[in-house]
Structures are given as structure tokens and as C-alpha cells.
Design a protein around this ligand. Structure first.
Ligand code: NAP
Length: 394
């Protein structure tokens, strides 16, 4: 195992909690030196801090810091950081050789850059960091020689497949996609669907934002952009295939027509463990895949008409510059409004289309420019959502 010390950002979320499960298996080998969460679950953050005794701790919401201090009194001793600046500080200054970024949305980009800038390698669950600022992350990695290990199951699968022939030319990179809860729904049904139905994901149990993104296929669109930056593959070589069983996590096809696929249980602890223990392979607690239960594996093409967010992500990725960052900002606002029951699922794509139609792409934005584009995208999306159809029955 190459990494011995870890900082975990987003420790109370779906990925964060599963990372903690994996860490319990490797307590003697990996020391958790930094721990961070937003603050909506102070009890869990305090429990994690007491169990793992990190040297540095961070809570995003400054209002919750005193509650955290009280919960930890006499049971943890270290440096407590707060707020957005604290998140960037813990990413760059906790003495970790690997930083696992599992916050959600735009919040991942700045700590990821801070960690890389300080010479740490990163394990990336937060795909939005590469969506918003892929060119900045790639440049920072080249400058510092830090590594990036993908945690997202599809990219982790591709990372594993590529190790068979690391420099061989590719014909295609194939990202599999469950199709989400609306795989068989009509456009009319999606147009009026509420959050309860959107959150019923058929194969994965995840945080609410990524679950909504999985229903609109924006998650897959973001993964296309993520794959483009992680593996330096042009968009025309990245294909999305609907595979409802989620057993094949993704594939690569080399120019000689050979396709390598990575298969496994639908359990995020597997890719998390591979990122933490890379390049070694260690025993898992996940039960083996029972092939008898897999009557058949099926594949289909995504329908861009019913899932316009996927097409918009390809388009924004190809445009580059500020386009993916604005798309992400608008999507964050639209997803939140859908979760709050203010717009139906179909309204998300409406908001995105309205915002992207007003956006003049700026090429080569730096971090400061992206911060402004993020704010602009949010403001435009709030305006667009106000004109959107309301959710029936609300
Ligand atoms: N879940 C999955 O299976 C999965 C799979 C592949 C990729 N991903 C990606 O991984 C990322 C995390 O997803 P998730 O499903 O784990 O999300 P989640 O369950 O919503 O968890 C988000 C985490 O980020 C924390 N957080 C929010 N704002 C923060 C801030 N300002 N500072 C520090 N921490 C903050 C939250 O803390 P509090 O809740 O305590 O406030 C929580 O711990 C996303 O980018 C997602 O796309 C997830």
C-alpha cells in the first residue's frame, strides 16, 4: 500500500461513511489525520473524531462549531477549523499523503486544488471538481506530480482496465449507466414527476444530489466530462451504454477490438478500498458476486430526447472553458429546487437549457473566473426556475 495517512472530506455523507467502513479494516496501515464534514450531522462527525482521533478536524457550518466542541470536550484534542476557508486549509495542511474528496458539488474543487498544490495525492469521489475545473486540476497535477485516483465506480473500473495496457491506443471508453428510476418512463411522466419518485434509484444507495443526477442522467453526463479529464480521452471516444443491472462498472475497448470490463457488486466500498489500498489488492468484506442471480446482462442506448441533460453535458464538455462550470452551477440550483418540491423533475432540464442558452463561453478561465461563473450560473438558474412549471399538487 502506498498511502499511509489520509484526510477525508465529506466524512458524514454516503461516500464518507463507506470510507470509514473501509478504514476500519486498515486501521493499522492507514492513519486518518484529517476529517471534515459540513455540519448537518454533528453527532456523527463527533463520533468519527472520537473513534479515529484525527489531528485536524473541520466543520463547514461555523454555527455548529460550538456544538461540535461541546460534543468532543475531553475526548478529542487537535486543531478545529471551520467554514469554507477551513475546508481548503485542512485539505492542504493536514499531514496526509492522500486526500479523499467526497463533498458534494462545487465545494470539491477548491480543496482538491489545495491538496494537489500542497503535494498531496487525491482520491476523487467529487466528480464536480473535474466538471467545473478539470483543466485547473490537470494542470496542478502536472505541476506537482501528485496522483489522482478515481473513486467513482465507473472511472475506478476504467482505471483498473487501463492497467492491463497502460499506453495502448483506445477505440472507445464505455461508461455503463443503470438508467435510473425513469429508464422506462415517458417524457410526459418525467416532466411532472416529484422528488419521491426521482429518489427511488434502482441499484445504488447514494446521497440525494447524485441520486437526482442519476435520474436525469446528468450524473452520467458529468462522468463523461470526468472521464475526459481523468484519462485525456476525446469526447467522441466516450460512449454511454445503459446497463440496468450495474454489474459491469465500465469498459475500455482498445484499437485491436479487445474490450476489457470490470465487474463487481454494486457496493461503493469496493472502489473506495481500491483507491485507498492501491496499488495492492486486499481482502474485502463485500460478499462475492453470485453469477447465478444474474440471469442476464442487458445493454441499450441512452435516449437523449427523454434525458436532455446528458446531451447538454456532452455539449458543455466539448465547448469547454466556463461551460461545464455554469452547467454544474445551474444543475445544483435546479436539483435543490426539485428536492424541495418546487419544480418537477422535467423542470431541471428546462432550467439548464435556459441558462446555457444565455451563456457566452469564456475560454481558459482561472479559479477566480470560475468562482464568478459559478455565481452567475446560480443566479441565472434561480431566475429560470421561477418561470418553470410548478410541481403538480404543490
Ligand atoms: N454516494 C455515492 O455512491 C457516490 C458514487 C460516486 C460518486 N459520488 C460523488 O461523491 C460526492 C459525495 O457524494 P455523496 O453521495 O457521498 O454525498 P452526500 O451523502 O450528500 O455527502 C456529502 C458530504 O459532504 C459534506 N459537506 C457538505 N458541505 C460541506 C462543506 N462546506 N465542508 C465540508 N463538508 C461538506 C456533508 O456533510 P454534512 O452532511 O455533515 O453536512 C457530507 O458529509 C459527490 O460529488 C458524488 O457525485 C457519490
Amino acid at each position: 500500500m502506498r498511502f499511509r495517512t489520509l484526510t477525508l472530506l465529506g466524512s458524514t455523507g454516503s461516500i464518507g461513511r463507506q470510507t470509514i467502513d473501509v478504514l476500519r479494516l486498515f486501521r493499522r496501515e492507514i492513519e486518518l489525520v484529517g476529517l471534515s464534514a459540513g455540519g448537518s450531522n454533528i453527532g456523527l462527525l463527533a463520533e468519527q473524531a472520537i473513534e479515529f482521533q484525527p489531528r485536524m478536524l473541520h466543520v463547514g457550518d461555523p454555527q455548529r462549531a460550538s456544538e461540535l466542541r461541546a460534543a468532543l470536550a475531553g475526548r478529542w484534542d487537535g486543531t478545529l477549523l471551520v467554514g469554507d476557508e477551513g475546508l481548503v486549509e485542512i485539505a492542504g495542511s493536514a499531514p496526509a499523503d492522500l486526500v479523499l474528496v467526497a463533498t458534494v458539488g462545487w465545494t470539491g474543487l477548491e480543496p482538491a486544488l489545495a491538496a494537489i498544490g500542497a503535494g498531496r495525492s487525491i482520491a476523487l469521489a467529487n466528480k464536480e471538481a473535474l466538471v467545473c475545473g478539470g483543466h485547473l486540476v490537470t494542470r496542478a497535477l502536472a505541476e506537482t506530480g501528485s496522483l489522482i485516483l478515481p473513486v467513482d465506480s465507473e472511472h475506478n473500473a476504467i482505471f483498473q482496465c487501463l492497467q492491463a495496457s497502460p499506453n495502448a491506443p483506445l477505440r472507445r471508453m464505455i461508461l455503463t449507466c443503470s438508467g435510473g428510476p425513469y429508464r422506462q418512463a415517458t417524457r410526459e411522466e418525467i416532466a411532472v414527476a416529484g422528488p419521491e419518485r426521482t429518489l427511488r434509484h434502482p441499484t445504488w444507495s447514494m446521497g440525494s444530489k447524485i441520486t437526482v443526477d442519476s435520474a436525469t442522467l446528468m450524473n452520467k453526463g458529468f462522468e463523461v466530462i470526468e472521464a475526459h479529464h481523468l484519462f485525456a480521452v476525446p469526447y467522441e471516444k466516450i460512449q454511454v451504454v445503459i446497463h440496468p443491472q450495474s454489474t459491469i462498472h465500465s469498459m475500455v475497448e482498445f484499437v485491436d477490438g479487445s474490450i476489457l470490463a470490470q465487474l463487481g457488486q454494486t457496493d461503493m466500498r469496493l472502489p473506495i478500498q481500491y483507491a485507498l489500498t492501491w496499488p495492492s489488492r486486499r481482502p474485502t468484506i463485500t460478499p462475492p458476486l453470485d453469477f447465478r442471480k444474474l440471469a442476464n446482462l442487458t445493454f441499450d442506448e441512452p435516449d437523449m430526447e427523454r434525458f436532455p441533460a446528458l446531451a447538454m453535458a456532452y455539449e458543455a464538455g466539448r465547448q469547454g472553458g466556463s461551460a461545464p462550470c455554469v452547467l454544474n452551477a445551474a444543475n445544483e440550483v435546479a436539483v435543490r429546487m426539485h428536492l424541495e418540491g418546487r419544480i418537477p423533475c422535467g423542470g431541471i432540464a428546462e432550467v439548464l437549457a435556459a441558462v446555457m442558452a444565455r451563456h457566452d463561453v469564456s475560454t481558459h478561465p482561472e479559479l477566480d473566473d470560475l468562482r464568478q461563473w459559478d455565481q452567475w450560473g446560480r443566479a441565472m438558474a434561480t431566475e429560470a426556475a421561477a418561470k418553470c412549471a410548478v410541481l403538480p399538487g404543490r
